[in-house]
Design a binder for this molecule. Structure first.
Ligand code: BES
Ligand code: MN
Ligand code: ZN
Length: 493
């Protein structure tokens, strides 16, 4: 999965006549995006013939003796963004994959509108994040059409000083892939127990990580009545997974990431129709992202203290299922009337938030969840919603999200809508119906955060795509890992 990125200061070290694939970048026009004069005789004719205009993401494959050369369009030069560069290199990686190339050489573009680090990161991430496939569930069809991923990418014209940075983005991309693997996996395989075992494995492999699993008994002792209620319809036991990394022991600062870990969401007795259930293996993406972000922070050795808290369960259907109209008691003592068993995410998150507030001394909490269909209606798949009343926190999150290209859109926590969560028989209901349902879901969570600064990210649209797009070659995107790492990195400063 992970392609090794190597800086190759001398472009002449690459022999175009024998290269598996040499990528030459152009601005729309076309105009060479760096000194490509050594390869002029190869690309002159196709350009003169008007076969290649270098529009964003356009590619033209040429053969030169035993070598392949890919002309890559980066689009308009003026004000080109990091995202446009990532998308162009995503197109290059897709072309490489079609030809089953294992090793590519890239002439490095000069990008006037980006700082050198941002330019390097955009090209590197375009390659790294696109170089992913999910093949575990393929069978016979792989024999006819094998998928070959890149093993090595040589960046021509870059000096060795850039190697360290490339390594860092490689580590981050591996973290994104960890999250994608878990989200793409069969719900029958990626069970609450499996998520817990995964955290334990990561603890063994990465120094500084500490995994703690609260099994059913511990969850009962903590009186996490909402997590227990949701889990009742499932043959799997629920668990609460904690993954900690204390990279700055002398500091009391502690970021807690809470991630929704519904390994499959049938809706429970408020059963989902088939089409809605089709994608519900994605409903543990919050947990996958929070866990992968902590793993990545540890792998990078960031000087921060961060803990992922992932309540994990299925929302299945069974004679034992929790019931619509009944009341269940949360860990913090609040009672909740269940008006819809399909609003299960906020229930398990509520107990996880209470746990974090009570036991983890958080400086701030960020929760991530595929929480509502309404956020997909509002923002589509490109943007995720962020709900937060702490101005500095939300500014930092939105800014970090724009830097890495995982955009967050601020949504309002409309205090007046708390009315809608009132219950006649309990402290609150879990679902207030369709109107503003992403907001009422967020308001529900807010009740369990005490006074701790808190942000809620609803990424139901961005965590799992209807079809692959740009740097995302599978449904699971790993959205949030890069954003959280960027957030943590800025925090250390
Ligand atoms: N897991 C779903 C939300 C979801 C929808 C995630 C689409 C990804 C794609 C969540 O548990 C859910 O069912 N939410 C309900 C809430 C409603 C009952 C208030 C919804 O959004 O319909
Ligand atoms: Mn649901
Ligand atoms: Zn759900």
């Amino acid at each position: 999965m992970t392609v090794r990125l190597v800086c190759q200061p001398d472009p002449a070290a690459c022999d175009a006549s024998a290269c598996e694939l040499l990528v030459l970048p152009f601005w729309e026009g076309p105009e060479p995006a760096s000194d490509l004069s050594s390869w002029k005789e190869i690309f002159e004719a196709p350009i003169a013939n008007g076969d290649f205009k270098a529009k964003a993401g356009e590619t033209l494959l040429l053969y030169f003796k035993k070598g392949r050369i890919l002309l890559l369009g980066l689009g308009k030069k003026e004000g080109v963004s990091s995202e446009a560069i990532k998308r162009a290199y995503a197109a290059a990686v897709r072309s490489a994959q079609e030809k089953r190339v294992k090793k590519i050489h890239l002439a490095f573009p000069e990008i006037p509108s980006l700082e050198s680090d941002a330019a390097l990161r955009a090209v590197a991430e375009g390659v790294l994040l696109t170089n992913y496939a999910f093949l575990h569930l393929k069978g016979e069809s792989l024999k006819d059409k094998p998928v070959v991923l890149l093993k090595e990418a040589y960046f021509l014209g870059l000096n060795k000083a850039q190697d360290e940075k490339l390594k860092k983005w490689q580590t981050i991309a591996s973290g994104v892939h960890l999250a994608r693997e878990l989200v793409n996996g069969n719900a029958d395989d990626v069970t609450p127990q499996m998520l817990a075992e995964t955290a334990k494995e990561w603890e063994k492999k990465t120094s500084g990580l500490k995994a703690t699993i609260l099994e059913r008994k511990a969850i009962e002792d903590e009186k996490m009545g909402l997590l227990l209620a949701v889990s009742r319809g499932s043959s799997c036991d629920p668990c609460l997974i904690l993954l900690s990394y204390h990279g700055n022991p002398s500091s009391k600062d502690h970021v807690v990431l809470v991630g929704k870990g519904v390994t499959y969401d049938t809706g429970g007795l408020s059963l989902k129709p088939t089409e809605s259930m089709l994608t519900m293996k994605c409903d543990m993406a919050g947990a996958a992202t929070a866990l992968a972000a902590v793993q990545t922070a540890a792998a990078l050795g960031l000087p921060v203290n961060v803990t992922a808290v992932a309540p994990a369960t299925e929302n299945a259907i069974d004679a034992q299922s929790y019931k619509i109209g009944d009341v269940y008691k949360a860990m913090n003592g609040k009672t909740v009337e269940i008006t819809n068993t399909d609003a299960e995410g906020r229930l398990i998150l509520a107990d996880a938030l209470s746990y974090a507030v009570k036991h983890l001394k958080p400086s701030l909490i960020i929760d991530l969840a595929s929480l509502t269909g309404a956020i997909v209606v509002a923002l589509g798949e490109d943007l995720s919603g962020v709900f937060c009343d702490d101005e500095p926190l939300v500014k930092e999150l939105v800014s970090a999200s724009n830097t890495v290209g995982e955009p967050l859109w601020r949504m309002p926590l409309v205090a007046d809508y708390k009315e809608m969560l009132k219950s006649d028989i309990a402290d609150m209901v879990n679902s207030a119906g369709r109107s503003a349902s992403s907001i009422t879901a967020a308001l529900f969570l807010q009740e369990f955060c005490g006074k701790v600064p808190w942000a809620h990210i609803d990424f139901a649209g961005s965590c799992f795509l209807t079809k692959p797009k740009h740097i995302n070659t599978t449904k699971a995107t790993g959205f949030g890992v890069r954003l959280l790492i960027e957030f943590l990195e800025r925090r250390q400063k």
